[in-house]
Design a protein around this ligand. Structure first.
Ligand code: NDP
Length: 282
């Protein structure tokens, strides 16, 4: 079994971004820049935002954070994102999700122009992905593809099973695997006989949000297992959607949690920000 080292690959990716960001600065006299919007007090979101800002510092990307209180109104949130959209010095805009419940998420995200949509969540960028055209790809699935690529794991012709169909992970993940010529099955909570589906996977991606949900008997001998899940187990420790201990001796490759897909998501955000700056600066 080979343990896929997400930390190491994320560091490689960030080192590449640093070179690109420096070249951008030399050419344009400004750094690529990312505006991060955080609304409310969600503790996990605060940690994610801190990590993103730290990664910007490491890669030579300028970050500016915009905090609104839990009580922010829809109008305040929309007007903040609209002002960032109109600001030529901002190359990428990220609105940290989830938003407080009283806010209309779709309406706020719609204010992000597709060329600044560093999360790749807009209908435009999702449409481009599904049509196999150049666009901005959601960070987590992009990061997974980079892991597969950099570990020279073949995809074309393989049977890939993605468990989860969210707009931010499962769906774009399945699209990317399809674009890379895998034969893709997407499973979800209404899938009948999930084990039968997952046991056929050469490449199994778990993006479910349930601790240790994928057990040893659900995985094929020699499969590549990518665990996107980030959960707190009963012992209070971070764990994935895959029961790592039960699966590890059966598989050819596996990502750990933490240290697998997680660091790649942040590194991919840096790639997307740099790309937005390069594409949209004359
Ligand atoms: P969502 O809750 O949006 O989606 C979960 C998906 O899992 C849904 O499609 C759901 O099906 C499916 N599902 C739920 N229960 C079952 C079941 N019993 N059998 C089969 N499928 C099931 O989550 P996200 O996609 O946003 O995130 C998934 C996980 O990945 C979470 O743990 C999250 O924390 C983590 N994550 C990690 C990131 C990283 O950087 N590593 C980034 C983003 C997320 P249905 O559609 O039918 O409801």
């Amino acid at each position: 079994m080979i343990l896929i080292d997400g930390k190491k690959i994320a560091a490689e990716l960030k080192a590449e971004v640093k070179v690109r960001a420096e070249a951008f600065y030399q050419k344009h006299g400004i750094k690529p820049s990312l505006a991060v919007v955080l609304i409310g007090n969600d503790p996990a979101s605060q940690v994610y935002v801190r990590n993103k800002i730290k990664s910007c510092e490491e890669t030579g990307i300028k970050s500016c954070s915009h905090f609104l209180p839990e009580t922010a109104t829809q109008e305040e949130a929309v007007s903040l994102v609209r002002s960032l959209a109109a600001d030529d010095t901002v190359h990428g805009i990220l609105v940290q999700l989830p938003l407080p419940k009283h806010l209309n998420e779709a309406e706020i995200l719609r204010e992000i122009p597709h060329e600044k949509d560093v999360d790749g969540f807009s209908e435009f960028n999702i449409g481009r992905l599904s049509m196999q055209k150049e666009g901005i790809v959601a960070c987590t699935p992009y990061g997974v593809m980079e892991l597969l690529k950099r570990y020279n794991i073949p995809i074309a012709g393989k049977r890939a099973v993605v468990v989860g169909r969210s707009n931010i992970v499962g769906k774009p993940m399945s699209m990317l695997l399809l674009n890379a010529n895998a034969t893709v099955t997407v499973c979800h909570s209404k899938t009948q006989n999930l084990k039968e589906e997952t046991s056929r996977a050469d490449i199994l991606v778990a993006a479910i949000g349930k601790p240790k949900f994928i057990t040893g008997d659900m995985v094929k001998e020699g499969a590549v297992v990518i665990d996107v899940g980030i959960n707190r187990g009963e012992d209070g420790k971070l764990c994935g959607d895959v029961d790592f201990e039960a699966v590890k001796d059966k598989v050819s490759y596996i990502t750990p949690v933490p240290g697998g897909v997680g660091p790649m998501t942040v590194a991919s955000l840096m790639v997307n920000t740099c790309m937005c700056a390069e594409r949209n600066t004359k």
